[in-house]
Design a protein around this ligand. Structure first.
Ligand code: NDP
Length: 246
């Protein structure tokens, strides 16, 4: 992130940005923050009430009208993402950004005890879905003059750690997918990067560290300058990089 980075108030004006897991935590904050900077947001998630609450917050502030795209990434197939591409093409005609934020934590236990079904579910939501979503929406991103894809990593994806099982493997895979895509899209105007948020005050962090005092952690809002930078035209020429938000 450039030193003293100050995102312009209208940084994301006229940009259409899809956020997965937009109903809570970092995804919710990103949706609100992108909308406050002028973006039309597409709120994707599996829990309708949470998505509607974010929708209502955006509307109440008089920001660009968002769209809700309810989808459980666990069962979503290539055909579902293809029809998403058609729907978004009909509605918006282009896509300027994807924030791959939704993730499952899975179980915190040894590999020896790890349930195979949980492993498959975590890999489905955290790796296969971002692959399928990115693949299906590339033609729409191609219609943007400066598209951006942001993946979400984790420190346990950089170096595996006991009891992090599928989550750690999925985050390593997600950052590797980011690098492959960035390399393949080098000659296009599509920047692809990843963010490791670091310890952040959300429900997922509390589930992973129940004994921790959340007040000692940064909030999702604190991380937003980096998210704004990577999802906007400000990150022109930056691609294939793994960023740490903290
Ligand atoms: P939250 O649990 O608050 O948010 C995760 C979001 O993902 C929720 O909105 C959840 O929806 C959604 N989601 C989960 N499974 C699915 C699914 N099958 N289909 C659709 N949506 C789904 O966690 P965070 O905000 O903390 O996490 C955001 C990202 O940051 C994740 O990728 C996480 O791995 C990463 N991260 C977080 C850290 C932290 O300390 N908080 C540290 C490192 C990385 P629902 O509300 O319906 O469950």
């Amino acid at each position: 992130l450039p030193e003293n980075y100050q995102p312009a108030p209208e940084l994301l004006k006229d940009r259409i940005i899809l956020i997965t897991g937009a109903g809570s935590g970092i995804g919710r904050s990103a949706a609100l923050c992108f909308a406050r900077h002028g973006a039309t947001t597409i709120l994707l998630g599996r829990t309708m009430e949470k998505l509607e609450a974010v929708y209502d917050e955006i509307e109440a502030e008089g920001l660009p009208q968002p769209a809700i795209y309810p989808l459980n990434l666990e069962g979503a197939t290539h055909a579902d993402f293809e029809s998403m591409c058609d729907v978004l093409d009909g509605e918006f005609g282009k896509l300027d950004g994807i924030l791959h934020n939704a993730s499952e934590l899975g179980d915190r236990m040894t590999i020896s005890d790890y349930a195979p079904d949980t492993w498959s579910r975590v890999m489905q939501v955290n790796v296969n879905a971002p692959f399928l979503l990115s693949k299906a929406l590339l033609p729409l991103l191609d219609k943007s003059k400066a598209a951006r894809i942001v993946f979400t990593g984790s420190s346990v994806g950089r170096k595996g750690r006991a009891y992090w099982g599928a989550y750690a493997a999925s985050k390593a895979a997600q950052e590797n997918l980011m690098q492959t895509l960035a390399d393949e899209l080098e000659d296009k105007n599509i920047g692809v990067n990843s963010i490791n948020p670091g310890a952040t005050r959300t429900a997922m962090r509390a589930a992973a560290y129940p004994a921790e005092n959340p007040d000692t952690l940064l909030t999702p809002e604190d991380l937003m300058p980096l998210y704004l930078y990577l999802i906007s035209e400000d990150s022109e020429g930056v691609s294939g990089e793994r960023f740490n938000a903290q």
